[in-house]
Design a protein around this ligand. Sequence first.
Ligand code: FEO
Ligand code: CA
Ligand code: CA
Length: 656
Amino acid sequence: MTEQDAPVPYSEHDFDHEDSNRSGNPHFGEVLHARLARRQLLKGGLGLAVTAGLFATGAAALAADGKPGRPGPRPPRGRPLGFTAVPASRIDDVLVPPEYDFSVILPWGEPICGDYPAYLDGGLNSGADQEQQVGMHHDGMHFFPLTQAPPHKSGLGLLVMNHEYIDQAAMHPAGPVSVGGVRDADQVRKEIAGHGVSVVEIRRRVDDWSIVGSRRNRRVTGATPMEIAGPARGHAKLRTAYSPDGTRTRGTLNNCANGHTPWNTYLTCEENWAGYFVNRGQRPREHARYGVSATTGRYGWETVEARFDATATAGDATQDYRNEPNHFGWIVEIDPFDPDSTPVKHTALGRFAHEGLVFAQPQPGRPLVAYMGDDAQGEYIYKFVSRDRYTPGRAAGALLDHGTLYAARFRDDGSGEWLALDIDDPAFAQAAARAGVRFDDQGDVLINTRLAADVAGATPMDRPEWGAVDPNTGQVYFTLTNNAARAADEVDAANPRGPNPYGHIIRFLERDARGGATAFDWDLFLLSGAEDDSRGPDGDPLTADSIHASPDGLWFDHNGLLWIQTDMSGSQLGSGPFGNNQMLVADPAAGAIKRFLVGPSGCEVTGITATPDHRTLFVNIQHPGESGGSAWPGGMLKPRSATVAVTRRDGGIVGT
Ligand code: FEO
Ligand code: CA
Ligand code: CA
């Protein structure tokens, strides 16, 4: 008998609301909040007095004095934001300013390698087909130019992108199928292949981009063999039946945002991976603290593939998959130029719901510095500082295997501190002892990164998403997308609204720009929301041209413009004043912000990169029609995530 599973599609947001932080870490601003509660400025009991203070003093101080550890003079200003703002909209299409054009490329299912199996509408492609086609639910991406000599540098390259998750209703003819409680095996193969990363060579011809039939084209999926590197490689908690020595694994899952290294490789970040597994037995801390289910995996893959069932058997860890979830939650390096290369999971970068990774400007002869967010309610912002020095031309992935991982503490006075998560660090060892937490070794610390940050006393944040580094000032920006779970009495200066339905953007500057700093200064860049409940980068409320909510994607272009992408969901998306998900551009130097693009119904706008000449901007449209009502890009039965290539009609530099 064939039974049709009830069509209750998984939405990413089901998991983003995961709140497994039971650390009880003090929200450091509680005292401050109590002091300032009398002075609340805006409606609804919000702690915006705190914010107002940090806008006024923090922003001005950060921009003004040019002392070491503070930003220098403001960069020279060109003609900022010289485009017509796009209005908030619920039209089922992509909207760009009238001075711009866009074209749709690389939709889900487009053949890119192997036998190039044609896309079949209606969900009719097989699992084997999907392994040779663009994956589903496009997210973070990066353009790697293939030729060095301008002007051709921008006309040919590898577009590498993440595929975060899948929509089973769109992927299959009539949704997920099970027989006697066991998922259809080819549907599962297709779903696993719909995840991961696509590497596609593309070429610009006049105004259009097309796929090149290159041997570099590649799919990395939820089944691709990978190496595990760094301090946790070979750890007892990574041993499985597939990898008895804990050094190898299969697949990368829930690849949200991304990074790219100074040595031209791609980094893909495993975000809501915990939901793919089930452990019906005793869940160890490295499962429970991340929300691994005790009842069922998100898509029921465990009914077909044993590795998704992490319930311990009577044997030891090399005879089952109790440790399989510990192979996920990492950042994975892929060399897009070598299709035969084995992706590497870098454990020194920590294990959590990795949103993305952004490097500080690399400095020859100095350690490499990277920033990362853990996107779940009440989780942390992290920094990695390499042990070894960065040497241009010689740097490689090994640089990411030795170093110190830190978690951020944001103090209420606008200062901050990086807390080392290092078993050999005396302060960390003392904090762990005080908390009664024992780590076996540094591999154990990294496998339990969240617990290590709890112990160290990091500041719980409102869902840290993407980070971006201002090329002019070195300031590091992070989106804090929202946090429905923050109570009114839990607000602090860095997370000033409780609950926080709209999100905000925080920024900080290291006191020591040489990379080893453990102190920083921070302020709030903006508070997202409607006109009556927001604050723009100039200190005034956002306007009709800039209101938005749930900021998520974040990227600085080389002109110092900050691109902000939104991930609203639920009623905020359906009936709020903000329209569909969108992308805005801010000029931090000018304090300006404007809406640049609006996506089709039900979509998220996420993932952004540009050609080196900055005349083509690539933006991803993820899960159009997730809640129904869209078949974008149109003309077919099923909606398809896709990339849009945005250009200026006059061929000029995008955004200026
Ligand atoms: Fe996949 Fe946190 O967005
Ligand atoms: Ca995201
Ligand atoms: Ca998001």
